[in-house]
Write a protein that binds this ligand. Structure first.
Ligand code: ADP
Ligand code: MG
Length: 254
């Protein structure tokens, strides 16, 4: 597979840097002193109990949530508050959610080609051509002219991944991308994600799929109660978690 755009730069600068990040929802302190970074081409898996702040962390990286303290830099640029910079950021940082969020009244092809036409001002012909290539890549090209509801959940999630790739993002955030899927469809989505990881895409993936973490992750971040409790390679983390909280969590999910 081709090298993804944005990951072949010579720069050693991290693609994502979070420095002293704190966030509250009212009284609820949901991100506590987060300091971490994601290197170009790195695949980071975020795991932790429900409510530990994994989604909020992802949503803060593409500014779907605002933070109250600290800073987040994408490719060296501080997250903008609003305006043009925000639109640029959103197209640099792709996001795939648990619920596929496809446009129900557009065809699969239109779902993928829409943002490149509207935001990137590509011609329809150019955008459709690239959309077909991406649908091919995620294995759903034969469904290009169907409506999303005619596809299985696994197929729809693969379309959602193709849609986020269509903007040539520097980074993709995937928040529990397989949690809403029937078991038999999980692997077809994980296989696409493994392919992306191998192609050098920078990815932050919230998932409890430990097989994926072992195969594709460079690093595991374990969160609990809003804080990063451990960061380790998958090998280290799964064989010798350091904290009691991680041990306890792993004993429940493995
Ligand atoms: P996770 O993804 O690890 O399950 P979340 O990031 O969704 O955790 O949630 C972290 C904490 O923030 C939880 O206590 C949750 O109830 C709270 N929270 C998440 N989203 C909101 C919101 N929009 N408004 C208020 N509280 C929220
Ligand atoms: Mg979540």
């Amino acid at each position: 597979m081709q090298q993804e755009n944005g990951n072949d730069a010579k720069s050693d600068r991290p693609l994502v840097e979070m420095r002293g990040v704190n966030k509250w929802f009212g009284e609820n302190h949901v991100l506590k002193n987060i300091d971490t970074s994601v290197a170009r081409g790195e695949v980071v898996v975020v795991i932790g109990p429900s409510g530990s702040g994994k989604s909020t962390l992802c949503r803060s990286i593409n500014r779907l949530e605002t933070i109250q303290e600290g800073e987040i830099l994408i490719d060296g640029v501080r997250l903008p508050e609003e305006g043009k910079g925000l639109a640029k950021l959103r197209s640099d940082v792709g996001m795939v959610f648990q619920s596929f969020n496809l446009f129900a009244h557009k065809t699969v092809l239109e779902n993928v080609a829409l943002a490149p036409i509207k935001v990137r001002k590509q011609s329809k012909q150019e955008a459709n051509k690239r959309a077909m290539e991406l649908l091919e890549r995620v294995g759903v090209a034969e469904h290009a002219h169907k409506m999303p509801a005619q596809l299985s959940g696994g197929q729809q999630q693969r379309v959602a991944i193709a849609r986020s790739l269509a903007m040539n993002p520097k980074l993709i955030l995937l928040d529990e991308p397989t949690s809403a899927l029937d078991p038999e469809m999980i692997n077809e989505v994980l296989d696409v994600m493994i392919g992306l990881a191998r192609a050098g895409m920078t990815m932050v993936v919230v998932t409890h799929e430990m097989g994926f973490a072992r195969k594709a992750a460079d690093r595991v971040i374990f969160m609990d109660q809003g804080a990063i409790v451990e960061e380790a390679t998958p090998e280290e983390f799964f064989t010798a978690p350091k904290s009691d909280r991680a041990k306890d969590f792993l004993s429940k999910i493995l």
